[in-house]
Design a protein around this ligand. Sequence first.
Ligand SMILES: [Zn+2]
Ligand SMILES: [Zn+2]
Length: 349
Amino acid sequence: MRGVTFLGERKLQVAEFPDPTPGPHDVVIEIKASGMCGSDLKFYRATGGETAALGLGKLEGPVIAGHEPCGVVVAAGNKVEERTAPVGARVMVHHYSGCGTCRHCLSGWAQMCVAGSTIYGVTAHGAHASYMKVPAHTLVALPDQLSFTTGAAISCGTGTAYGALRRMNLSGADTIAIVGQGPVGVSATQLAAAMGARVIALDVSAERLTRAKEFGADALIDPRTDDPIAAIKTLTKGAGADLTLDTSGTADGRVTAVRATRAWGTVCFVGEGGGISLDVSRDLLRKQLTIIGSWTFSTIGQADCARFVADRKIAVDHLFTHRWQLGQAEEAYRLFDRQTSGKGVFVRS
Ligand SMILES: [Zn+2]
Ligand SMILES: [Zn+2]
């Protein structure tokens, strides 16, 4: 089969790999959709040591990229129970695997495993391929109403947005400012609007702001032309947003998120990498601020997100502006790298 591997410095290749065969506890999935996530750009652009910088351990050998897997079970190992992964089942993958016995693994948070976790698409073969082998316990059922591409989005970007909003206890009474309208940010805009909140969307790309409006944003701010903190305060009668979510991962974006939040409000960071410098007394203590770091979601959180999207008939597929074949991977990542478009996904023809 073919698979896409990142070579660093914005190079990648589509290479031949043997078709996977399942070990006793594994399944093989025929990949129907494999999403492109913002964090993939870190590996695509890597100049060395980038996975370590994200706290993900060291990448070994050529690893097939793609950590938003969605497809159909085509084979299962002899220790996998039929009801866990029947052949033909439509599934997403929770793209992590751990020891299976620590408290994090047992609660569905294998990415936090005390023994260290495998991250599919980063430290083990991922979903930018025809087939993917994973332990059966990583599977999350894809509701019948959802397309494979929607399942791919939920498997990282949209699931991450959902997880952050739930961690912040977003309610329909809240005004939330969302910094960055890339795939995770615009998903957060879409989900927060569906939860009834008023959304203020920020991005430096006019194209992405236009999309944010289509996804339910009530107000748009371009930090290059307007002071974002002042603009958010104007939109909230001087108080600041009840909640702010930074998906940009930039120092400026994070500082904006902190300073544009009202007293007693909550800030959540989901954008990866980098650092931040804050005036602790002024920015945090005097405002009684809560800051949350949120990293993706548990298996249960992924299933809850899928349920929410299905029940509310949320048009997650609208996130995708580009559908690609594996052979177009170079073009696909070159476009995504510009960070002005929507989300891309590799689909099986
Ligand atoms: Zn564990
Ligand atoms: Zn991701």
